[in-house]
Design a protein around this ligand. Sequence first.
Ligand code: KIV
Length: 290
Amino acid sequence: MAYLKPDKPEKVYVPALRAAKEKGEKLTCLTAYDYPTARIVDEAGVEIILVGDSMGNVIHGYGNTIPVTLDEICSATKAVKRGASRALIVSDMPYGSFHTGDDDAVRNALRLMKDGGAEAIKLEGGRNRVGLVKRLVDEEIPVMAHVGLTPQSVHKMGGYRVQGKTAEAAKTLIEDAKLLEEAGAFAIVLELVPREVAEMITNELTISTVGIGAGAACDVQVLVLHDLIGFTFGRQPRFVRQYANVSDVITKAITQWMDDVRSGNYPSEAESYGLPEDVKLTAPKTAKQS
Ligand code: KIV
């Protein structure tokens, strides 16, 4: 029996994360929700693409991640899958997709993998999700866990704040991370936690930590692409380093185009089509003229 060759020889699979951690190599992860950004992120060499429910904030304008649906994540994952051939594709389990029982969660995760083309799923939660993580892993579904600030709990938490700031809260976070590792998660997102806590978790675990607002010690750094390229609105959290201002680039391009249209400078002859030389154009006669 012939085995299919991987899409690319250097395709990133789940075990690559552990190998990188063992060698002390830092990996990168960015979000993408569509074909063009997935292609750009993949071709740039980012190892992991997260089809995150942050799409609720950055592309749907919901204001938070709560309304994001499984259909939205699944459709975005399909587009990302078409655009990325090397990066590991991880899809977020949106709010409500894993809360109504383990069987529902498995069904929804399988949908992201079978229909969407996800290669792993991510879900938010600490010790309360340990049983579910075990079940998903038993069903051959690779799981990235997510602790610290879990934006799907925004209403319970009462806002987006740094988590694990007291000795007690830090201890709980570290315990949660260990329990999730024991449950079989292959990586764990640490969002908005003090760098000392993230460093301790990173040192204690054999699986990779994926940090966002969690300091430099994490094995992988993740950012929302739209934040990194300046394609968002409003104030950014302090951990965001903006490397470009894409909103500005788009606004300038649109403004120039509008000016050109209004001044008659667009479209030029070269940007339109002419008749072949031997075709003579005669205006049709109106009913009155004939
Ligand atoms: O949805 C998302 O993009 C995330 C990252 C911020 C980790 O969960």
